[in-house]
Design a protein around this ligand. Structure first.
Ligand SMILES: NC(=O)C1=CN([C@@H]2O[C@H](COP(=O)(O)OP(=O)(O)OC[C@H]3O[C@@H](n4cnc5c(N)ncnc54)[C@H](O)[C@@H]3O)[C@@H](O)[C@H]2O)C=CC1
Ligand SMILES: O=C([O-])CC(=O)C(=O)O
Length: 331
C-alpha cells in the first residue's frame, strides 16, 4: 500500500501533478493538501476511477488537517509556495517560500518522518537545506529520503538537444544535469550524454544558456501568470515514479537529484571536490531512497569545469542562506 501526498495540491503544479499521481498504478492512496481549494481538487479527481482511490483534500491550515494529510505517507511531493513573476529571480522567492517549506517539513517530521520527501518549491538550492535542517532538529533526518527535484533541468536539456539535432524523440537521450536549480548553478554535462552527441561548437554556449535559463522563457511567456507548471508536473511525476519503482525493487534506476551529499554513499568525494554539501548529481535509487551518488562531476571536460566553478560559488551562498534560516531561528 503506497500513500502519496501532494502539499500545494491546488496550485499550478499541484493540480496536474495530482492528476498524474491519480493515474499512477504505483499509488494506492492519494492525499491532497493546500491552504485553498484542495477539497475541490480532490472532489474533481475522485470522479476518475483509477487505483489511487480513498483520498481527500485537506484545506485548513490546522494541525489536524496536516496530520490527516500526512499520516502514513510514503512519499510527500511539495510544490507549495509562490512562483516567479517576470523580473524576479528564484532567490526572490526565499522570503515567502522559506517559511512555507519550513512549516510543512515540521509537519512531515511529526506525521511521516520516514517518508520520501520531494521538494519542488523554489529556491530549491535553499529550500532543500531548510528541509534538512528542520528534519535534523527533529532528530529524524535521513539524507537518503530527502530530494530536491531538478528533473525539469534534465527534461529541458534532453528536449533542447533533440530539437537542436532535429530529432523527434528526446526520450532516447540521457543527459546528466548537475549542480543546483537556478541560473548558472545549473550545469548540463553534455559530454556525458548517452548516446553521445556532437553539439556544434558555435551552438554550445547558447544551448547551455537555454538549459540554465529555461525557466525564464516560461516566466516571460506567461507574462505575470506564473512559471512552469505543466512541464514541472511532468518532471516531478517522472522523478516520483522513478523513486517508487526503485522502492519496489526495480534495479538500475538513476536520476539526477539535489541531495545532501555527506549522507549518501559516494557523496563525500563529490562534496570534497565541489566544496558543496548539497549538489544535484545522478543518484542510484533503491528501496531506501538515494542509494548511491555517482561521481560524474569528476569526468567533466575543461569547458564544463569552468561552468562548475561558477555554479559552486553561487550554490554555496544559497545553501548557507537555507541552513542559516533554520539555525538562526533556533538560536
Ligand atoms: N523545482 C522546479 O524545477 C520548479 C519549481 N517551481 C516552484 O514550485 C512552486 C509552486 O509553483 P506553482 O504551482 O506554479 O505556484 P502556484 O501559486 O500556482 O501554487 C502554489 C500552491 O501552494 C499553495 N500554498 C501556499 N502556501 C501553502 C502552505 N503553507 N501549505 C500548503 N499549500 C500552500 C498555494 O495555495 C497554491 O495553491 C514555486 O515556488 C515555483 O517557483 C516551479 C517550477 C519548477
Ligand atoms: O523558473 C522558475 O521560476 C520555475 C522553475 O524553477 C523552472 O521553470 O525551472
Amino acid at each position: 500500500m503506497v500513500k502519496a501526498v501532494v502539499l500545494g495540491a491546488a496550485g499550478g503544479i499541484g493540480q496536474p501533478l495530482s492528476l498524474l499521481c491519480k493515474m499512477s498504478p504505483l499509488i494506492d492512496v492519494l492525499s491532497l493538501f493546500d491552504v485553498v481549494n484542495s477539497p475541490g481538487v480532490a472532489a474533481d479527481l475522485s470522479h476518475i476511477a483509477t487505483k489511487a482511490g480513498d483520498f481527500k483534500g485537506e484545506q485548513q491550515e490546522t494541525e489536524d488537517a496536516k496530520k490527516a494529510a500526512l499520516s502514513g505517507a510514503d512519499i510527500v511531493i511539495i510544490p507549495a509556495g509562490v512562483p516567479r513573476k517576470p523580473g524576479m529571480t528564484r532567490d526572490d522567492l526565499f522570503k515567502i517560500n522559506a517559511g512555507i517549506v519550513k512549516d510543512l517539513i515540521v509537519a512531515c517530521s511529526k506525521y511521516c518522518p520516514k517518508a520520501f520527501i520531494l521538494v519542488i518549491s523554489n529556491p530549491v538550492n535553499s529550500t532543500v537545506p531548510i528541509a534538512a535542517e528542520v528534519l535534523k532538529e527533529a532528530g529524524v533526518f535521513d539524507p537518503k529520503r530527502l530530494f530536491g527535484v531538478t528533473t525539469l533541468d534534465v527534461v529541458r536539456a534532453e528536449n533542447f538537444v533533440a530539437e537542436l539535432l532535429n530529432q523527434k524523440d528526446s526520450s532516447k537521450f540521457n543527459i546528466p544535469v548537475v549542480g543546483g536549480h537556478s541560473g548558472n548553478t545549473i550545469v548540463p554535462l553534455f559530454s556525458q550524454t548517452q548516446p553521445s552527441v556532437d553539439i556544434p561548437a558555435d551552438k554550445l554556449d547558447g544551448l547551455v544558456h537555454r538549459v540554465q535559463f529555461g525557466g525564464d522563457e516560461v516566466v516571460k511567456a506567461k507574462d505575470g501568470a506564473g512559471s512552469a507548471t505543466l512541464s514541472m508536473a511532468y518532471a516531478g511525476f517522472r522523478f516520483a515514479e522513478a523513486l517508487l519503482k526503485a522502492a519496489k525493487g526495480e534495479k538500475g534506476i538513476v536520476e539526477p537529484t539535489f541531495v545532501y551529499l555527506p549522507g549518501v554513499e559516494g557523496g563525500d568525494a563529490i562534496a570534497k571536490a565541489t566544496g558543496c554539501d548539497y549538489f544535484a548529481v545522478p543518484v542510484e535509487l533503491g528501496p531506501g531512497g538515494a542509494e548511491k551518488a555517482i561521481n560524474i562531476v569528476s569526468k567533466a571536460n575543461d569547458y564544463e569545469k569552468k561552468l562548475l566553478d561558477e555554479a559552486t560559488k553561487a550554490l554555496k551562498t544559497n545553501i548557507e542562506a537555507g541552513v542559516n534560516f533554520v539555525k538562526g531561528a533556533s538560536k
